[in-house]
Design a protein. Structure first.
Length: 234
């Protein structure tokens, strides 16, 4: 994902630092004036523009109006940073995301993950089921079904690998069950996989499998994502 940051130097450095936590994010350039922002956006055609409305040298409305002459739906490629007193008057529906200051890692990464690069592979439950069958894993337990959902969620949002708790909670909400039941079911399923794994099969299917390392839910999910050529780095 290529992004451009338009803000003051202090906040630009902070956003770049947070964006660097995801290796899929590439900050192609930064800007700190109206004309520089417009010119660099048109030259680079990034996936995303992070536009700070609180920077004195940048008139966000002017920048957006100029870019809108080239793309009438430019707002869907813009993460708008506002001050708390501005947040209430911004029409959030016009933008990919609107976040209010102070800038935090959670806010920045959360906004970036709302857009997917065009080359991002789309993983389906059937894809994951076929992988599990290749690994000689039975598909009948609830834990396996939850594990499949967890792999899909992690493929769509790599940030979730940093804290599986959020995955457990999302699956729990979907099925209207306590998150700890999901957590236990997935852990139990992975423990069973680990116990009965055919090491030759695992080594042939998973390029990065280390048979000296016990499987955990996070490790198994990461191996599955690598199998589908999805970068699973946190």
């Amino acid at each position: 994902m290529d992004i451009i940051i338009s803000s003051c130097k202090k906040d630009t450095d902070l956003i770049k630092e947070y964006a660097a936590f995801d290796k899929n994010v590439n900050v192609v350039c930064t800007a700190n004036t109206n004309e520089q922002t417009i010119q660099l956006f048109l030259e680079n055609n990034p996936d995303l523009l992070v536009l700070d409305t609180t920077t004195p040298n940048i008139n966000a409305l002017y920048v957006l109006s100029q870019l809108a002459t080239y793309d009438s739906e430019i707002g869907h490629k813009v993460v708008l940073i506002t001050a708390s007193n501005q947040f209430q008057v911004v029409d959030t529906s016009k933008f990919l995301c609107v976040i209010d200051k102070p800038i935090t890692q959670e806010k920045i990464l959360g906004s970036l993950y709302k857009i997917k690069p065009a080359q991002q592979p789309k993983l389906t439950p059937n894809d994951v089921k076929k992988l599990l069958l290749n690994l000689k894993i039975e598909l009948y337990s609830n834990g396996i079904h939850y594990l499949i959902e967890a792999i899909i969620m992690a493929a769509e949002n790599h940030r979730l690998l940093q804290n599986l708790q959020e995955i457990y909670e999302k699956i729990g909400m979907k099925h209207d069950i306590p998150y700890d039941k999901v957590k236990w079911s997935i852990r139990s399923a992975v423990d069973t996989i680990n116990k009965y794994a055919d090491l030759d099969v695992f080594n042939s299917v998973f390029k990065y499998y280390d048979d000296t390392r016990a499987l955990t839910p996070k490790y198994f999910i990461r191996l599955a994502l690598y199998y589908f050529d999805i970068d699973a780095d946190e």
